[in-house]
Design a protein around this ligand. Structure first.
Ligand code: ZN
Length: 138
């Protein structure tokens, strides 16, 4: 079955991005904030981790519930990218703990932008350059 084209689709601008070979991602901070119920998991208000490119960055000794991380992870790539002003992904920042009895919430904040090069981040044949994480070593 063939899909009908949508009149709301706009042309793909990815070829322009490839020509410039760079793109921007937001660095994120994911922080425990108190909800309206007591927390029953081991969340401490102020516990956090950062998202820098593909990496989750934890301060030394910082812990974070793996169940909470499992809930938060699917949202992070979208939060790293520019989203429409009216998109709920732009406006909604607090994610509830997956335990329905727990009042823990996790606030995702865009804290800055970091530039990457396509050639440093892709594995596509013919496009691969030096990985960004080895640039300082050469
Ligand atoms: Zn919880």
């Amino acid at each position: 079955m063939r899909k009908k084209s949508s009149p709301n689709l706009v042309p793909d601008s990815s070829s322009a991005t490839l020509a410039e070979d760079h793109f921007w991602l937001y660095d994120l901070k994911v922080e425990v904030v108190a909800g309206d119920k007591p927390m029953v998991c081991n969340h401490q208000v102020g516990d956090y981790f950062l998202v820098e490119g593909e990496s989750l960055v934890f301060a030394k000794g910082q812990h974070f519930s793996m169940y909470a991380i499992a809930t938060i992870l699917p949202l992070l790539p979208a939060k790293q990218r520019d989203t429409d002003t009216n998109d709920w992904m732009t406006t909604d920042a607090d994610i509830a703990c997956p335990d329905p009895h727990c009042g823990g919430q996790f606030r995702i904040t865009r804290i800055g932008q970091r530039q990457f090069r396509h050639s440093e981040t892709t594995g596509l044949p013919g496009s691969r350059g030096t990985p960004y994480w080895t640039k300082d070593e050469s």
